[in-house]
Design a protein around this ligand. Structure first.
Ligand SMILES: [Zn+2]
Length: 246
């Protein structure tokens, strides 16, 4: 499949044709038939998340969007991003915490990490007046993948990388714009009864005309443009000088 909105729509269509029940993490439990947890890690753009959320909403699908509080690309307290998350909530999607381990000291113990998770969870809950029931690691360390963390169970937080979801469901991801495994085929043949499908909304557009690094580069230059706007605000005329020298 291409990384286009239309191909994503097709993927959802196949899921429904093959009688998979699409669910959010907060809906997980005992199901007798085919089940697919639909998960999105919002690494860069809440607006792109809304594009994907809207496609799902049109087809009556609800999924889980994991958002970062520590992103250098978006700030959830700012108006447009807060609105984007609110829109996802209105569409019935679940908002979970995407937790960036690399944002904390290398030598943080697991207990200290869990304390940080609790703090970020509270922040996210108070920001949107919601209950946060699940989390996923952003750029997880190998030792955190497929590992049960009792401290998270104790606070009732579902971890997308817990063995229950990581091993108990067939996990397929589009990291760096590449499906490591043939997702189309898996769904078409209903090769697995239980699936956890992870996408990153940033890769999808109307037309797939860019590759992963080009998309990331475009964002990088977008950031530089924002710096120019800021400079122009505090020192008018500076932006033009910078743009000329590009
Ligand atoms: Zn991530």
């Amino acid at each position: 499949m291409d990384f286009t909105f239309s191909d994503y729509r097709k993927l959802l269509g196949t899921l429904q044709e093959k009688a998979f029940l699409p669910i959010r993490f907060c809906d997980t439990g005992d199901y007798s038939g085919r089940v697919a947890i639909i998960r999105h890690d919002v690494d860069m753009s809440p607006q792109k998340a809304v594009d994907i959320g809207s496609i799902e909403s049109e087809t009556g699908i609800k999924s889980t969007f994991f958002v970062l509080l520590s992103s250098r690309y978006y700030n959830l307290v700012s108006g447009e991003n807060r609105e984007a998350v609110k829109e996802l909530i209105r569409q019935g999607h679940e908002i979970g915490l995407h937790f960036d381990v690399t944002n904390y000291d290398e030598d943080y113990s697991l207990d200290e990490l869990c304390d940080a998770i609790k703090r970020e969870r509270l922040l996210l809950e108070s920001l949107f007046d919601i209950q946060v029931r699940s989390m996923s690691w952003h750029i997880p360390k190998r030792e955190l993948i497929g590992v049960n963390i009792p401290a998270l169970d104790e606070i009732g937080l579902l971890n997308a990388y817990d063995p229950e979801f990581y091993n108990g469901y067939k996990y397929v991801s589009d990291s760096m714009m590449r499906w490591r495994e043939p997702i189309d085929e898996y769904l078409e043949k209903a090769a697995y009864e239980k699936m956890q499908i992870l996408t990153h909304p940033i890769w999808y557009s109307f037309k797939q005309n860019k590759k992963d690094l080009e998309i990331l580069k475009a964002h990088h230059f977008g950031e530089i443009k924002k710096d120019c706007i800021y400079l122009d605000a505090i020192r008018p005329g500076y932006k033009d000088i910078l743009e000329l020298s590009e």
